[in-house]
Write a new protein. Structure first.
Length: 475
């Protein structure tokens, strides 16, 4: 939560008045000069025709529609006294992964939260977006669209709200609903960053934001690399990505983007390209790359190392505990799958790149708790094959995740010579809303960064970081 004040003038408000809080703010009652819209006219043609903001008529009133990336609207409000206020928003999007932010004076009051998914445009759901602290006086509040297009916005209520809230709510570990408000870790609001990085070393060939650290885990001195945004804000809860290396490799390779491929570099492909994509989306995140003890990941890495690093980082930095993610390639994909079977309450979603469900420690019996899962496999991969027979392979890992997540059983369509491009992706149907399962297969072998322009890997042009980011950010 950010304590902010944004001076405003009531005459700049809609109909030359400030909206009194606590109360409801109708989306269409934005300030006459308080908006940014990508079109040159009101595409809905309703309510206010002297504006470029697109307003549509809906049952019982009006709403802003067709909101796209970067568009925003502002509202001049009057706050009667300093205090903390609940924010409730009614909005809707047909596609998942659409986000809104609440901003003031270029300060983020509520970090990007997912807009509830609806079955058709013109439908809305009500969600609790979080809390903000405001100071007494006239000021300006902005609602901004995040990194994906197409959102309908009906109203925002600031203050106590006694009306119904739809299925979007606070949730809890292992069962956070789509669009839940961030869950701040104990490191938020502290100067834990300085202590965390004390004694750390720069990463050879890496980025200036990456630091190599040591940690005691299971009575061993272990190593990991962490990357913290250059403009890190200790009051902003960040996504955390746990990115595991392949067999015989290192945390340094993850942090420097070092693999046999085209366009490899720390800028292009560090942390499996997710850092680059996160910055392009304007949503910087925190990345961790652990180091195995030897060539392969072991039981202790599942049971101890992950927990110890997560505890250390979340108590030192501002982490959104409801948005911790895991990914990795090959043996890194295998430990990612292993973690997905034991850490469903800590890891929101996992992406295995060329994963396997064998030759890695797994609990016996396997827990059946659901977790969002995505996998990427080349159909000619002989190292971690799609179908190795006898229940071994990425196919069976995906099927198990689909069963646990309540998805409708299906024969997974995979890439073949008739496919329209070098890769295809399939989304299981019928899954629990919080637990999607996605499977991508492609024309290729054992590649960490396949791309549609040819064979092998390309750190800049691979489709995997983009598909992974879309999967992660729907939550």
């Amino acid at each position: 939560m950010i304590h902010a004040s944004c001076p405003g003038n009531a005459t700049n408000g809609y109909q030359n008045r400030a909206i009194n809080l606590p109360g409801r703010i109708e989306a269409e009652d934005f300030d006459p000069a308080g908006y940014s819209d990508s079109t040159s006219n009101n595409e809905g043609g309703a309510y206010r025709t002297d504006t470029d903001v697109d307003i549509k008529e809906i049952t019982g009133g009006y709403a802003i529609g067709w909101m796209t990336v970067g568009e925003w609207v502002e509202y001049t409000v009057y706050v009667p006294e300093d205090g903390e206020f609940d924010v409730t928003i009614r909005a809707g999007a047909v596609e998942s992964g659409r986000t809104l932010q609440v901003v003031q004076c270029d300060k983020v009051l509520i970090e990007a939260f997912n807009v509830p998914r609806v079955s058709a445009w013109g439908e809305f759901k009500t969600l609790s977006a979080g809390k903000i602290r405001l100071t007494k006086g006239t000021q300006v509040i902005r609602v901004k669209v995040g990194a994906s297009a197409d959102v309908d916005f009906d109203w925002m209520h600031i203050g106590p709200y006694s009306g119904p809230i739809d299925e979007v709510g606070a949730g809890g570990p292992g069962n956070y609903p789509l669009g839940n408000a961030p869950v701040k870790s104990s490191g938020c609001g502290t100067d834990g960053r300085s202590a965390l990085l004390s004694g750390g070393q720069s990463v050879s060939g890496g980025l200036p934001t990456s630091t190599q650290l040591r940690i005691q885990s299971n009575n061993q001195n272990r190593e990991y690399i962490i990357d913290i945004p250059a403009n890190y804000d200790n009051n902003k809860p960040y996504r955390l990505f746990y990115t595991s290396h392949w067999i015989g490799s290192t945390d340094n390779a993850i942090a420097t983007g070092d693999h046999d491929m085209r366009n490899k570099s720390a800028t292009n492909w560090s942390y499996y390209g997710l850092r680059r994509v996160s910055l392009a989306a304007g949503e910087p995140a925190i990345f961790v790359a652990p180091q195995a003890d030897g060539a392969t990941w072991q039981e202790k890495d599942n049971r101890f190392l992950f927990n110890d690093i997560l505890q250390k980082v979340s108590s030192s930095l501002c982490i959104d505990e409801s948005r911790v993610f895991a990914t990795g390639f090959s043996f890194g994909g295998m430990i990612t799958y292993s973690l997905s079977t034991t850490h469903q309450k800590q890891i929101r979603a996992a992406v295995g790149i060329s994963p396997a469900n064998y030759n890695i420690w797994l609990p016996n019996p396997l827990p059946r708790d659901p977790i969002a899962w995505m996998s990427v496999t080349g159909m000619s991969d002989g190292t971690t094959p799609w179908d190795g027979g006898n229940g071994r392979g990425a196919k069976y890992a995906a099927e198990r995740r689909a069963q646990d997540n309540g998805c409708t059983a299906a024969t997974i369509p995979t890439w073949n010579q008739s496919s329209p491009s070098r890769h295809i992706c399939y989304d299981y149907q019928g899954c629990g809303e919080n637990y999607p399962v996605k499977v991508c297969t492609y024309n290729g072998g054992h590649d960490p960064a396949p791309y549609d322009g040819g064979s092998g890997s390309d750190g800049l042009n691979s489709w995997v970081p983009t598909e992974s980011w879309k999967f992660f950010t729907q939550f």
